[in-house]
Design a protein around this ligand. Structure first.
Ligand SMILES: Cc1cc2nc3c(=O)[nH]c(=O)nc-3n(C[C@H](O)[C@H](O)[C@H](O)COP(=O)(O)OP(=O)(O)OC[C@H]3O[C@@H](n4cnc5c(N)ncnc54)[C@H](O)[C@@H]3O)c2cc1C
Ligand code: FES
Length: 380
């Protein structure tokens, strides 16, 4: 071998060695302090979808399991906000997606927990419940606007109202708030049918005992043997037992509309401003019933092209059919990835949960949950 070739080889080897040592140092730093070091996140950027490995599965109740996930490439999760969710690809079809709220603390970026309730004939929940430890799943990065990121540092009381599996984002909010030693008064009203449906009950009782500012009020709608707690439904009268001046608190709802809509209406009657009420709906793409809507004929002007629309599909589905490039990550109107600006015309919109109030004001719509009602013009 010539001298030059030997020298080149030497440079290459020492370069590779320096890189490996740097990686080892970063790995060590990451394992010592995952909350302050974003090095592992920066080294492994999450663009589009990413592979996550199931590293643990815990049975919470007869139908709820918690899946602990790690990034398959060894990187940290990007910094997310308590209350956010991940959207997962279910099986091999990249358009079959289901979203699950993160139920672990936003201060732990090494692993993320999602807690999933198995539904009868549920495509996504059934698929997840049949996964095993070491299986990988494909997900988009954390997303969502339903968060107490700022509120946990404010003095206004926080009222968290969960119905059933709607408890999951609140677990992350409570864990994160207690870990940063938040002093914000927090009241968790958690409605379930029977005691066996009350997931995370023991854990929440422990938080209730340990943290003076956290108050846990479980409510069962059906009588259960050995239950001495609240029964019935969560109402403003029940909330008033803890919060005398309803208008002074901030409210976060996650649960079925029958719970959130009736309480929201009563809060508004009690002078609570709409800005103080936040809610998250756990919708599934399978719940959009197209049999109840009528077909529409319209022209959609997009990217300078006129496209003929005739049917019931969402604007996102229509664009995909017409090979118009457009992003998506949840397909249920909660992440904002598919947003477009409505320049003119009328649309029927099912949800604006993934848009900020400013984006709504500016005329943005989420195409996965919007259909044209007249000729429309859209821009990205
Ligand atoms: C932001 C967000 C966060 C969420 N977080 C969580 C969470 O933390 N934990 C959790 O468990 N869920 C969560 N969800 C709900 C979750 O995304 C799924 O919607 C849920 O798991 C149901 O999906 P599935 O595929 O199992 O059921 P699907 O297959 O979508 O079916 C839903 C239900 O409808 C019924 N159904 C399906 N098709 C029809 C039909 N044609 N006619 C009549 N009935 C039908 C099914 O039997 C099933 O009971 C969240 C949703 C969102 C949007
Ligand atoms: S894809 Fe998430 S809002 Fe449309």
């Amino acid at each position: 071998m010539s001298d030059m070739a030997t020298q080149g080889l030497l440079y290459l080897t020492s370069g590779a060695l320096v890189f490996v040592i740097m990686l080892m140092i970063l790995r060590e730093l990451g394992s010592k302090n995952s909350t302050t070091s974003n090095a592992k996140t920066e080294l492994f950027p999450w663009l589009g979808t990413d592979l996550l490995k199931i590293v643990d599965i815990k049975t919470e109740t007869h139908d709820i399991k918690t899946f602990r996930l790690q990034r398959d490439n060894g990187g940290n999760f990007p910094q997310f906000k308590e209350g956010q969710f991940l959207s997962f690809q279910i099986g091999d079809d990249e358009k079959t997606l289901r979203s699950y709220s993160i139920s672990s603390s936003a201060l732990n970026l090494k692993t993320i927990d999602v807690s999933i309730k198995l539904l009868k004939d549920g495509v996504g929940s059934g698929w997840f419940h049949s996964r095993a430890i070491s299986d990988t799943v494909t997900a988009f990065s954390p997303n969502g606007l339903f968060t107490t990121e700022k509120e946990k540092y404010e003095s206004k009381p926080l009222v968290l109202v969960a119905g059933g599996i709607g408890i999951t984002p609140f677990l992350s909010m409570i864990k994160t708030a207690t870990e940063v030693a938040s002093t914000t008064p927090m009241y968790l009203f958690y409605g379930a049918r029977t005691k066996k449906d009350l997931a995370f009950h023991d854990e929440l009782l422990t938080y209730n005992k340990r943290f003076n500012n956290f108050n846990y009020i479980p409510v069962l709608s059906e009588n259960s043997e050995g239950w001495n707690g609240q029964t019935g439904f969560i109402t403003t009268d029940l909330i008033k037992k803890s919060i005398t001046h309803l208008a002074e608190a901030k409210y976060f709802f996650c649960g079925p509309p029958i719970l959130t809509d009736s309480v929201t209406e009563k809060l508004l009657e009690n002078n609570v401003s709409l800005d103080s009420i936040h809610s998250e709906k756990f919708a599934s793409p399978a719940s959009f019933d197209k049999s109840k809507i009528s077909a529409v004929k319209a022209t959609i002007k997009y990217n300078g092209t006129n496209l003929d629309y005739d049917g019931k599909e969402s604007i996102l589905e229509f664009f995909e059919e017409k090979n118009q490039p457009i992003n998506f990550a949840c397909r249920v109107g909660v992440c904002g990835s598919c947003k477009c600006k409505l320049i003119s015309g009328e649309v029927d919109v099912f949800s604006d949960s993934g848009l900020t109030p400013q984006e709504v004001k500016e005329g943005y719509i989420q195409t996965c949950v919007a259909r044209p009602l007249s000729d429309i013009e859209l821009s990205l």
